[in-house]
Write a protein that binds this ligand. Structure first.
Ligand code: SF4
Length: 230
């Protein structure tokens, strides 16, 4: 399996300490990607090493989070790792860009929580990212009808998205929670974004209040204050 790294986290699975495994590889090139080294990088790790890492961490954590990169690119191994985590009674969470809805059915019974990127209004994906937003919408539709807790999340990058785009997204999504994330410029794929300042928490709160007219549960996620319910 191609992986980036592991970390122990208190914020990646809500309310529980978790082992996070960052899987390598992604077909996208989001300009604001904060793990750009994973897009084409990573190192090979046999499944037995990953199982051992899960066993070693079991006394410290209650959950396994699979992030990336894009984890669904390695669906066969991903499925096995999730099965192993479940056999160890861990909660599981998957972070995904949703571009492979055909794989969602294979893992939806193995995950408790999915954080799905909704990067733009679905009709704007093609122009902004060069791929079909209908695929992400399909992934969302499958997950919203399953037992998985579904978080849709958007990184608000001033200049790339307008506040109206966030409101438009809020009218299009079906999920248990919508999170508007603050763009951060410390580590980005496109160096031009290093000059773009992160939006302030008050700006995000204003946008989120408008989004809340369409979504019942809305949060913002900022470096300054962590997660805030709106
Ligand atoms: S932000 Fe996510 S989807 Fe975009 S390039 Fe980075 S890992 Fe891929």
């Amino acid at each position: 399996m191609k992986i980036g790294d592991y970390s122990i986290s208190t914020v990646d699975f809500p309310g529980m300490p978790s082992l996070v495994i960052f899987l390598a590889g992604c077909p996208f090139r989001c300009p604001y990607c904060h793990n750009p080294e994973l897009i084409d990088g990573g190192k090979n790790a046999p499944l037995k090493d990953i199982y051992n890492k899960i066993l070693e961490s079991k006394n410290l954590v209650d959950a396994l989070v699979i992030s990336g990169g894009e984890p669904l690119l390695q669906i066969d191994e991903l499925e096995k790792v999730l099965e192993f985590a479940k056999s160890q009674n861990l909660k599981t969470k998957l972070d995904t860009n949703g571009y492979q809805p055909e794989y969602i059915n294979r893992i939806k019974g193995l995950v408790d929580y999915v954080a799905l990127d909704v990067k733009a209004p679905f009709e704007k994906y093609e122009k902004m990212f060069g791929f079909d937003g209908a695929r992400v919408q399909e992934a969302m539709n499958i997950l919203s009808k399953s037992n998985v807790f579904l978080e849709c999340r958007t990184t608000y990058v001033p200049g790339l998205l307008k506040p109206e785009d966030i409101i438009n997204i809020a009218t299009q999504i079906q999920c248990d929670l919508y999170v508007i994330q603050q763009f951060r410029n410390r580590m980005v794929f496109d160096p031009k974004l290093k000059n773009v300042n992160p939006p302030s928490p008050p700006i995000l709160r204003d946008i989120a209040k408008k989004a809340k007219e369409y979504c019942e549960n809305v949060k913002i996620r900022t470096q300054e204050f962590g997660e805030e319910e709106i």
